[in-house]
Design a binder for this molecule. Structure first.
Ligand code: NCD
Length: 378
């Protein structure tokens, strides 16, 4: 729902029949849903967030010394609804709200296990419930396994929705913190060769970051390195090319071909949790109409086996280690949204080019920036 409509209470009538797209930022974040990076209309908006994040870094330093949180968001109620596991995103939003003095609530920890979703309640009904039974809510931060979840929630919520990860397609706040990290570490977001490696099919961080780089950066070249079955979806490659970026794809994981030219090596986890789903989709497609009459248990067992096989073949050979980094530039950086599960060897943690721990720290500043920007306190 557009901010103006939300403010005037025009929401919550009927579900929208037509595809609905979130409101473009056009220079301001106040009252707006943060659903996808496609809402950025110019580099200027990224710069606004970066300078707010720089300010928040100072605020955090101050709080570390005084141990007294700020009062900028006093009286505002921020809610987190997480239907998928999270450590960094969850805690950084939580700390961001606490640092700024907001009243912070996790209504129900582990929504997927303990909310009425287990009984089959729809996301719109849960959103309606949260807003009504808690009296008021000023901001909802949502993580959910469905691609369209944040869009759907935004369509029904009175409060702005911040997408903290939706399905396999979008993670806009991660993209903002990633881009902020690139700016901070390399001093620029232009003239970059960005190599993204790992699970480009299921990962949502690389999709949002590549699109944001294409909107905000200039003269960007992407190298996409993945096993054949985990390639970046075609529509994203097409969209990036249309925005004027250069794209090179390797389906056989050939990192060494491009490591020497890389400025940003963005490594991702091969997402084991999606493999069974992917295997199931494939099996159903192959069985086509004949699926009726098949034993569902047998199909699931086959999907689990097949999923595990796909996973094992996908992870092989995707580890970044000191040997591979020997060929890399001295001033490049290695990023990872984390959690890592073996694709970055611990031996490079102390390499000055490994910035993934600083990257996750930037999540706090950029999320504090987003809270004040959306709530009009920036
Ligand atoms: C990522 C996510 O949830 O998409 N984690 C994060 O938010 N930092 C990446 C992942 O789960 O691999």
């Amino acid at each position: 729902m557009f901010a103006a409509q939300k403010r005037h209470g025009l929401q919550n009538l009927e579900p929208l029949e037509k595809a609905w797209t979130p409101e473009p930022f056009k220079g301001s974040f106040v009252g707006k849903d943060i659903i996808s990076v496609e809402q950025f209309t110019s580099r200027k908006e990224v710069e606004i967030l970066f300078s707010l994040a720089d300010r928040m870094r100072e605020v955090v330093k101050d709080i570390q010394e005084t141990r007294v949180p700020r009062r900028d968001l006093e009286g505002y109620r921020v809610v987190e609804l997480f239907y998928q596991p999270s450590t960094r995103t969850y805690v950084s939003f939580w700390s961001a709200a606490q640092n700024l003095g907001a009243t912070y609530q996790t209504m129900i920890p582990g929504m997927e296990a303990y909310s009425s979703a287990v009984k089959g309640e729809s996301l719109p009904d849960t959103i309606r419930t949260i807003e009504r039974v808690s009296g008021w809510v000023d901001l909802i931060i949502l993580r959910h396994p469905e691609d369209s979840s944040s869009m759907e929630a935004a369509n029904f919520a009175r409060a702005p929705i911040i997408n903290a990860g939706s399905g396999r397609i979008a993670h806009p706040t991660q993209a903002i913190l990633d881009l902020y990290t690139i700016q901070n570490e390399l001093g620029r977001i232009d003239d970059l060769v960005v190599t993204m490696m790992g699970d480009l099919r299921n990962g949502r961080t690389i999709k949002s970051l590549s699109k944001l780089l294409a909107i905000a950066g200039r003269r960007i070249k992407f190298n996409f390195i993945s096993p054949e079955i985990l390639r970046m979806p075609k529509e994203i490659v097409t969209c990036l090319k249309e925005k004027g970026t250069e794209v090179w794809e390797s389906g056989n994981g050939d990192l060494m071909k491009v490591i020497g030219e890389t400025d940003v090596l963005y490594v991702t986890r091969v997402q084991r949790e999606w493999f069974v789903k992917q295997a199931l989709e494939e099996i159903k497609m192959r069985l086509c109409k004949t699926i009726e009459g098949w034993d569902q248990g047998a199909i699931m067992a086959t999907a689990e086996d097949y999923g595990e096989q796909l996973y094992r073949s996908a992870v092989e050979g995707y580890v970044v280690n000191s040997e591979k980094l020997q060929k890399a530039k001295k001033d490049m950086i290695v990023m990872h949204p984390l959690p890592r599960v073996g694709e970055i060897a611990a031996e490079i943690d102390n390499d000055p080019r490994a910035v993934y721990f600083r990257q996750m720290g930037n999540g706090l500043y950029t999320r504090m920036a987003l809270l004040v920007a959306v709530l009009g306190k920036g």
